[in-house]
Design a protein around this ligand. Structure first.
Ligand code: ACO
Length: 446
């Protein structure tokens, strides 16, 4: 008979006890030792609170700016092993999904945890497709933007404005309401994005065509001019669908963390999604694809690449589209994207910036500076080149990221909402500012 295990002991596959799954901490200020449980390779930061010199003290905290080594949630949505370059949605490798799935099917998977049956996929597609139209007042709202407004700014504001149209969205603990807002968000993102694009061109808005696929309809709303019926090019339609699959989720990145954090105050999903889009807009996150293209244009020619890399190594600038907080290997999405790039170039003609990008990658992958820091191309390094060849202006690049990421955001938001351990996000701080000071009247300040 095996001996009983304490709560902090784990079993090996053969049933025998392993070493105790605990951490012993000795506080050298007091000489006291504390035994803290380790679960899933993690200690709970709140267990540190018992470590104190004086019982009246708050207790020990952990300091982790930018969450470099802090798990903020338990998640079952997306898995990344950054050291070997693995990305899986709900257990399915990204390579499999990119090859065999569609964006809508992948979005269903992210949101529901399982691949849909054919009836479920039909129902899901029907509902998303029948929520693509936007209220005419939203159209007027978009009209109010200046002609050169950045479409990401327009997206942030317009998605936030949706909350003023759908009051039922406040009912966040109703699964039915959440489902409805999900249809609306995933359905309307491409419409708002396309309208924002047409607005900057001063072109009339094109209404959704429910006969087309999700990416096909998006291309229709963007590019249709005088055709009675828009027929998307199948290569571009599929390329866009794969790009959408690759961008659908990426576990606890900056914008996912934002939607969880903002959503933890129990605000409606439109306001929380608007916050996530704002996080994505930054050049260190979803805005990087736009920055990559600007950088390649600034480099200008293959001959100038070594001088540019020298500037990067001197810390004067960054090689945009390189490096990642989690991937310390080639981003698996970047590999797939490089492949799609060639398919799009075969159709649309080679992007002249491609040679510069390839040369940057070649030099960087052989250079000690990048090798030592494990800096590899990330998802954004090649996407800009593809988007440009497909006819998108640079300002639309982050928008093309935001559309598919909506499914990941909503999956993360729902997981947070139904997790009984989650509360309003509220980090601690180490206060190093002034102690009490008394107000000095103006005349005494010198
Ligand atoms: N070019 C040059 N050096 C870099 C780069 C880069 N792109 N990225 C990181 N480094 C260097 C840093 O200067 C640092 O060097 P040091 O140790 O000598 O100080 C080292 O590599 C580690 O970098 P950190 O900034 O600590 O890495 P962190 O995980 O905080 O940042 C980030 C990750 C923000 C993605 C960073 O690599 C970066 O700014 N890359 C360029 C922007 C980009 O492509 N963003 C898109 C990311 S993917 C996405 O969000 C979709």
């Amino acid at each position: 008979m095996s001996s009983p295990l304490s709560a902090t002991q784990a079993r090996k596959p053969d049933g025998t006890a392993t070493a105790r799954e605990t951490l012993t901490i000795t506080d050298n200020r007091t000489g006291k030792s504390y035994e803290i449980p380790i679960t899933h390779g993690t200690i709970r930061a709140s267990d540190l609170r018992q470590v104190k010199v004086d019982p009246k003290e708050f207790g020990l905290m952990s300091y982790d700016p930018a969450f470099n080594n802090t798990a903020s949630c338990i998640s079952r949505v997306t898995y990344i092993d950054g050291d070997v370059g693995i990305l899986r949605y709900r257990g399915y490798p990204i390579e499999d999904l990119a090859e065999k799935s569609t964006y809508l099917e992948t979005a269903y998977l992210l949101l529901n945890g399982e691949l849909p049956t054919s009836a479920q996929l039909k129902d899901w597609t029907y509902h998303v497709t029948h929520h693509t139209f936007i209220h005419e007042s939203i159209k007027k709202f978009l009209d109010g933007f200046h002609y050169d407004a950045h479409p990401m700014g327009m997206m942030i504001s317009t998605i936030a404005a949706l909350s003023t149209f759908y009051h039922d969205a406040k009912d966040i603990f109703s699964p039915e309401s959440r489902k409805k807002q999900t249809y609306r968000l995933i359905g309307k993102m491409p419409t708002i994005a396309a309208f924002a694009y047409r607005h900057t061109l001063g072109m009339p808005y094109v209404y959704p065509d429910n006969d087309l696929s999700y990416p096909g309809n998006f291309l229709n709303m963007l590019f249709r001019t005088s055709e009675a019926k828009y027929r998307p090019n199948p290569t571009l339609e599929r390329a866009l669908d794969i790009l959408f699959i690759l961008h659908a989720d990426h576990e606890q990145n900056c914008s996912a963390n934002t939607i969880r954090s903002v959503g933890s105050s129990h605000v409606d999903p439109y306001s929380a999604t608007a916050a996530a889009i704002a996080a994505l807009y930054g050049p260190l996150h979803g805005g990087a694809n736009e920055e990559v293209l600007r950088m390649l244009m600034e480099i200008g020619s293959v001959q100038n690449v070594p001088a540019f890399i020298k500037r990067v190594k001197a810390g004067e600038t960054k090689l945009m589209g390189f490096g990642h907080r989690v991937y310390k290997n080639y981003d698996p999405r970047a590999r797939i994207i490089k492949h799609i790039a060639y398919q799009v170039f075969d159709l649309m003609g080679k992007n002249p910036l491609l040679e510069i990008a390839l040369e940057c990658e070649r030099i960087a992958l052989e250079d000690e500076y990048f090798i030592k820091r494990k800096l590899y191309p990330n998802v954004d390094f090649y996407t800009g080149l593809i988007y440009q060849s497909m006819g998108f202006p640079m300002t639309m690049f982050p928008v093309l990221f935001a559309i598919p990421r909506t499914s990941g955001w909503i999956a993360q938001w729902e997981e947070m909402l139904v997790d009984p351990e989650q509360k309003i996000a509220r980090p601690r701080q180490i206060y190093l500012g002034h102690d009490t000071r008394h107000y000095v009247p103006m005349e005494e300040r010198g």
